[in-house]
Write a protein that binds this ligand. Sequence first.
Ligand SMILES: NC(=O)c1ccc[n+]([C@@H]2O[C@H](COP(=O)([O-])OP(=O)(O)OC[C@H]3O[C@@H](n4cnc5c(N)ncnc54)[C@H](O)[C@@H]3O)[C@@H](O)[C@H]2O)c1
Length: 282
Amino acid sequence: MIVDLEGKTCVVTGAASGIGLGLAHKAAREGMNVVLADVEEAALDAAVAEVMALGAQAIGVRTDVTDASAVEALAVATFEKFGGAHLVFLNAGVFQAGVSWQRTEADWAWVMGVNFWGPLYGVRAFIPRLIEQGEPAHLVITSSMAGLMTVAYSGPYVVSKFAAASLAECVAHDLRAQGVEQVGVSCIVPGAVDTKIADSTRNRPDEPPSEAQAADHYFVADTLRTMTTTQGRHPDEAGDLVFEALRAGQFWITTSDTFDEILQPRFDAIHARELPCSAQFD
Ligand SMILES: NC(=O)c1ccc[n+]([C@@H]2O[C@H](COP(=O)([O-])OP(=O)(O)OC[C@H]3O[C@@H](n4cnc5c(N)ncnc54)[C@H](O)[C@@H]3O)[C@@H](O)[C@H]2O)c1
């Protein structure tokens, strides 16, 4: 893990809102240059202004993480502007719940596109550059507690977040197996954070399903909205916790206070060859 962050460069996808914005704020407070990437242009411009007001050098790069060439262009823009990258947060994500066999192929494609292909394109664009750069660097994928535990009525989101979490593990294994020591990997599995995640369809490029077409999704999204807005941490607090955990060298980084106690029953059920109970997240 890089200890000295001042003057280094941080990249954040999904930086215009929520956890990504909290990470961008924290990077600025650490004295880092910040590259903010997001698909929502007006929110991105506002986020860049906020981060610059904290004294950081910052640029915004409008990026749709489901587009490999856009993510490649993000890496190019980062290296052109700041000459390198040292902390890369592949954080952009969307929420798509519902009964697994009832959600449409378009629903699955959207959530897998942002939550799995987005991080994969980020890995493909940044990891070779971080290796080539030859300086200490760290890549961080945002998954979820839903990337470690399963729950009813949320198949699309859960499957995409398991994919993101296992991608982080596989990239870490590959780097180790190839003897790359200066590039590290972590995976953020947040508990509830007060963000706009329950309103993810605001950035869906095609027409989202109506309430009538996807009551199963909207019911869970309403529950998530209540949980994140009433019990969620402030995104800046999440940013602080993430940087503290990075400094402590953690692979799994959580903002949840009940990480161990909610995961243990899953491990126990797997040992017992049983279906793990449907999770309750905090
Ligand atoms: N908030 C929580 O409680 C919580 C819990 C677990 C995991 N997460 C994860 O945290 C990450 C950040 O989400 P958040 O809670 O801050 O939500 P948010 O909606 O506030 O922020 C997500 C950001 O991602 C951006 N985005 C969406 N689609 C994109 C695309 N195709 N390309 C680029 N950017 C795109 C959005 O514009 C938005 O700025 C997500 O991966 C989410 O799954 C959040």
